[in-house]
Ligand binder design. Sequence first.
Ligand code: T46
Length: 137
Amino acid sequence: MRDISLARMIDLTRIADPRGNLTFLQNGSAELPFDIRRVFYIYDVPAGATRGGHAHYRGEELLVAISGSFDVLLDDSATKKRFTLNRPYQALYIPAGLWREMDNFSSGSVCLTLSSEPYSEDDYIRDYDEYCKYQLS
Ligand code: T46
């Protein structure tokens, strides 16, 4: 059973500056739970759209709302927890094995995702019933 309590918000380093603030992430930093092997971002999300609807067998992720806001609903088949991401200096850590759905994207929002794995469709569970069986295995 992969437990939802392992998911958490992480405060990232923020370098405040009158010219504008700066946040960085690099492998080896204490705040990073894994080494980054892939980066992708989701943008131009239409109002009312929902994304996600899957779990990963191996992939761990950090999600950051680098612009705007959106919600992430995590589910371990026993417990659900909703997180609102709306700060570019906060990341949601999603360990492997949790079901996730994303909604409430604000206009102009951008979801930056850092992943511990390269892309592979084999790492996805996209059927919720299958996911619940996996959680019992
Ligand atoms: C996740 C959430 C937060 C690729 O070819 N390479 C990639 O690295 C990714 C992420 C996706 N794709 C392809 C696979 C699909 O044909 O892009 C298409 C859309 O992917 P998907 O429907 O999985 O997108 P989301 O927004 O539902 O989920 C994505 C990530 O897939 C997932 O890992 O946790 O963002």
